[in-house]
Design a binder for this molecule. Structure first.
Ligand code: GTQ
Length: 350
């Protein structure tokens, strides 16, 4: 609440503010209530992108600009409450990227961490530090900050995936660095699938040997659907379902068992047919992608129908629940990893 002031007091204060402004000074008491909130009041809005609609616009863009011309041919999923920010939540960016047959998205690296969640196409690749991850629908592929990456499509089908990056977080810290590799593609440094074979089976090459070739803190970058999907099925057939989440598995970094990257956490859920999850809210605004099934998500009392490959964003601290008409499989990512490091993360199961 702002204090109630007498007219002459207000006039004198206003004159004082005008005088101090050129000195780079502002009165806290005019803005304190908007700076230190009793609880989150995100400017981001709940929003739903229908896959078919985004796909049409993306393919039309593909007729007009090449992946190489664009460097990254992506339609940004901008939150309607955060216009002009290229952000889907205050800390995260999301977009849908298209690579057409024969195209290459040229090699670069940057401070920003990225994940890819494949939506369509089979057999194109993301290369990380010169090692290809050959992608199938609903694979998760990481390009952690500082690692060279290029994308290419040697198949005869368009390839579309969701990009999730911490662009707004890095912007917030004014810590962005980026550079281009001199050629479109990084030279091949290892055969496709090498990291998954070396680091993806609860094993790693002995430390100090040349076989331990990946960065110590971020060795693995491919989490295939063909591995996570059966794991989720196994969980669903053996574990008690969590009333707020359904069955949920978080993707981990084998280096430390923590979230997949410093700033981004990712998980998958199976919500059994007919289940309505109990209401929940958390401070990590989350982007969900529907993998399989049909259902609804209710956010602050407003329901939206979900179909495969649709994207939905649930902003921080918005009460929500899922209703699975068919068994619903969803992928989600958020800045939980970052908030936990900063001691900010909270959740409430209602
Ligand atoms: O593939 O490197 O959607 O650098 C935005 C920025 C994708 C990428 C995006 C990027 C990339």
């Amino acid at each position: 609440m702002q204090p109630v002031l007498a007219n002459d007091q207000q006039a004198q204060l206003t004159a004082l503010y005008d005088e101090m402004r050129p000195a780079g000074l502002k009165p806290l008491w005019e803005v304190l209530h908007a700076l230190v909130l009793a609880e989150p009041a995100s400017l981001a809005r709940a929003h739903h992108w229908h896959y078919g609609e985004v796909r049409d616009f993306l393919l039309r863009s593909g007729d007009l600009i090449s992946a190489e011309q664009a460097e990254r041919r992506v339609l940004i999923l901008e939150n309607p409450g955060l216009e002009g920010s290229s952000a889907i939540t205050p800390s995260l960016y999301a977009g849908l990227q298209l690579i057409l047959p024969g195209e290459v998205a040229p090699c670069h690296r940057h401070t920003q961490c990225a994940l890819r969640f494949i939506l369509e196409g089979e057999g194109a690749y993301t290369a990380v530090d010169g090692e290809k991850a050959v992608m199938s629908p609903f694979d998760l592929v990481l390009t952690p900050g500082g690692q060279w990456h290029d994308h290419g499509n040697g198949t005869d089908q368009p390839m579309i995936w969701l990009d999730g990056l911490d662009i707004p977080t890095v912007r917030h810290f004014d810590a962005s660095f980026a550079e281009k590799w001199p050629q479109a593609q990084h030279p091949e440094m290892a055969p496709p699938g090498d990291s998954l074979a070396r680091y993806g089976h609860n094993l790693r090459p002995m430390r100090g040997t040349s076989a331990d070739r990946r960065p110590t803190s971020q060795p693995l970058f491919h989490y295939p659907y063909k591995q996570w999907r059966p794991a989720l099925d196994h969980l669903a057939s053996t574990a008690q379902v969590d009333p707020h989440l359904g069955h949920a598995l978080e993707f981990t970094n084998p280096a430390d068992g923590g979230p997949v990257m410093e700033t981004i956490s990712a998980h998958v859920r199976l919500i059994p047919r007919g289940m309505e999850t109990a209401p929940r809210r958390s401070t990590d605004g989350t982007i969900f992608v529907v993998v399989e099934g049909k259902g609804q998500v209710e956010i602050d009392g407003v329901s939206t129908r979900l179909s495969p490959r649709d994207v939905v964003v649930i902003p921080s601290w918005k009460r929500h629940r899922f209703h699975a008409e068919d068994e619903l499989i969803i992928f989600g990512f958020s800045d939980k990893a970052c908030q936990q490091k900063l001691g900010l993360f909270r959740e409430e199961n209602l």
